[in-house]
Write a protein that binds this ligand. Structure first.
Ligand code: HEC
Ligand code: HEC
Ligand code: HEC
Ligand code: HEC
Ligand code: HEC
Ligand code: HEC
Length: 386
């Protein structure tokens, strides 16, 4: 009886199960590659085991009776989707690579600075343990963080589900090896359903297109400087009223204040240290450009902010409440043209428009009650295209 029930169907199910049990762990196991690091490890005169041991300390897997939070819980290895004020593991690694062992030990066990003292309080590690972490971080500064693997696992899982549902379907229609039709049907529905779910998840991610918001080399926050310290946009972007482009401030300008302010309440000293180092080495900070029109378009800040008296916010959104600047407007031609059709220009007070005599007469005689940007030629092709 048992044989009748199971001999055929169990065979297939057993095979599918083995497939899962054997292959899924193979696909999803974190693959640690050492192709690059092998060289660096050898030149350092330490072994791969030392690097691995350091990694375990960093991940909080060692020591076994660990009671402090793991380093990686603050110093992330992957990019988070919200701003993490703690230095990332890679940021840390770059700094540690130029730090000697004694300073590294002090940064962890006898830190100076308010933020780091709080963050590193209660860490219980021996000098040896810490040396392993340094080896791991030194190595990380050469190899970089591992590329994200889950996406590959995801593709494999998707394909695997495809194979399973094909098998189930083939059995259902052609081979008919499984006696109870419900079994392949169920497998088919489950595999197909999960595939649909995966597609749905990806589609949701695709549809959500956040404005361009790259991570900058220093965690400079407009919110900290504008909203919390009441600075004015023009203090840093002072060419916005007079020139085509708004300038990005130099390190010298930042140093006006940061010659004194050496610790932030969120990032501690780490980020401001980067600024100070750049300044001392005479380097400029390589900020990543966010807003960029194609070369064939002419746009002038002076025209809009100076003559047009527009607020930065109208085009850039609520920058003063952003920790990381995000491009809010799409900078499309439609966006420019639309605004020119809707926005009145301050005609009477503005000398810039004194040449438009006809409009001035119309205004005086009450033939028009306002002049829009489009009326002064803002939507002529040649205004924006050379
Ligand atoms: C609770 C969060 C937290 C944990 C846990 C943590 N750190 Fe930090 N760490 C920070 C913050 C915040 C800073 C930057 C503060 C500053 O520079 O003033 C920092 C800075 C550092 C620095 C840089 C010091 C320098 O020279 O600028 C090193 C090195 C470091 N951490 C190593 C570690 C290691 C190793 C561990 C695990 C044993 C660890 N951290 C655990 C929050 C944390
Ligand atoms: C303390 C100096 C400072 C002040 C004040 C300041 N900014 Fe900035 N701004 C910067 C720096 C540095 C960058 C480049 C790094 C970044 O994008 O965060 C920047 C970048 C920007 C960008 C993106 C530029 C690009 O690459 O496309 C915009 C837009 C901007 N600021 C608008 C404003 C506005 C609006 C205000 C006033 C609410 C303001 N800023 C005040 C320093 C400042
Ligand atoms: C007018 C003075 C002033 C100028 C100019 C200025 N800052 Fe600051 N900055 C401050 C103050 C004050 C703080 C401390 C805010 C806090 O942590 O509460 C600060 C904090 C910071 C922090 C740490 C934020 C935190 O909370 O951890 C960074 C990073 C920073 N500034 C970078 C810059 C850069 C880069 C520039 C130049 C583009 C700049 N600052 C220009 C006054 C200034
Ligand atoms: C009418 C819309 C508009 C207004 C108002 C405006 N901007 Fe811009 N801003 C832009 C556009 C468009 C760009 C991209 C320019 C390019 O790529 O040539 C830009 C770029 C920038 C940049 C990057 C550097 C550059 O010039 O390309 C900064 C910084 C900036 N704006 C700051 C400001 C500040 C500060 C104000 C307020 C004083 C302001 N903007 C007002 C539309 C505007
Ligand atoms: C928030 C509304 C707004 C947006 C968005 C805007 N503009 Fe304007 N623009 C104005 C106003 C108002 C004027 C008239 C003020 C002036 O002439 O200085 C103007 C004037 C101009 C002029 C000068 C026309 C002339 O001959 O006097 C040009 C060129 C121009 N805009 C280009 C652009 C481009 C390119 C974009 C898009 C990248 C853009 N503008 C986006 C409001 C806007
Ligand atoms: C107010 C400014 C403005 C005016 C006026 C304007 N353009 Fe544009 N144009 C733009 C901007 C900004 C872009 C870039 C759009 C993008 O990158 O998506 C653009 C892009 C284009 C492109 C490239 C195709 C594309 O979508 O990228 C063509 C072609 C073009 N414009 C033709 C014209 C013609 C023809 C006129 C006159 C009827 C005109 N434009 C008037 C701002 C303007």
């Amino acid at each position: 009886m048992r044989n009748n029930l199971c001999s055929e169907s169990c065979g297939l199910i057993y095979r599918i199960l083995t497939f899962f049990v054997v292959f899924i762990p193979v696909f999803s196991a974190p693959v640690v590659t050492y192709s690059q690091s092998d060289e660096s490890v050898i030149t350092l005169g330490v072994s791969r085991d030392d690097v691995n041991r350091g990694r375990r300390f960093f991940m909080g897997l060692l020591p076994f009776d660990n009671r402090h939070p793991s380093c990686v819980s603050c110093h992330y290895l992957t990019a988070p989707d919200t701003l993490n004020w703690n230095p990332s593991a890679l940021d840390l690694a770059y700094k540690v690579a130029i730090t000697d062992s004694a300073s590294f030990y002090r940064a962890i066990m006898e830190p100076s600075g308010n933020v780091i003292s709080q963050a590193h309080a209660g860490i219980e590690l021996t000098a040896d343990d810490i040396q392993y972490i340094k080896i791991y971080l030194d190595n990380l500064s050469r190899t970089g963080t591992e590329p994200l693997r889950p996406s590959i696992n995801r593709i494999l899982l998707f394909l695997l589900l495809g194979v399973i549902l094909t098998l189930a379907l083939l059995d259902l229609i052609i081979f008919k090896k499984i006696k109870y039709k419900a079994i392949p049907a169920l497998i088919f529905v489950a595999a197909f359903g999960y595939q649909l779910f995966m597609l749905y998840e990806d589609a949701v991610l695709l549809g959500r297109s956040p404005g361009y918001q790259p991570d900058q080399p220093i965690k400079f926050s407009h919110q900290v400087h504008m909203t919390e310290n009441q600075m004015d946009c023009m203090y840093c972007h002072h060419t916005a009223t007079t020139s085509k482009t708004a300038n990005i401030p130099s390190t010298e300008l930042c140093m006006n204040c940061h010659i004194v302010v050496r610790e932030g309440s969120r990032s501690g000293r780490f980020e401001i240290d980067k600024l100070v180092r750049a300044h001392e080495e005479g380097r400029s900070v390589e900020w990543i450009r966010i807003h960029k029109l194609p070369d064939h378009v002419f746009f002038s800040h002076a025209q809009h902010v100076g003559a047009g008296n527009l607020d930065c916010m109208q085009c850039h959104g609520d920058v003063e409440n952003m920790h990381v600047v995000r491009q809010v407007s799409d900078l499309s031609m439609g966006w420019c043209v639309e605004c020119h059709r809707e926005t009145k220009v301050d005609f009477i007070e503005n000398e810039y428009y004194s040449i438009f005599e006809a409009f001035h007469k119309d205004l005086e005689q009450g033939l028009r009650d306002s002049i829009l940007a489009v009326n002064v030629g803002a939507n002529n092709c040649s205004s924006c295209h050379y």
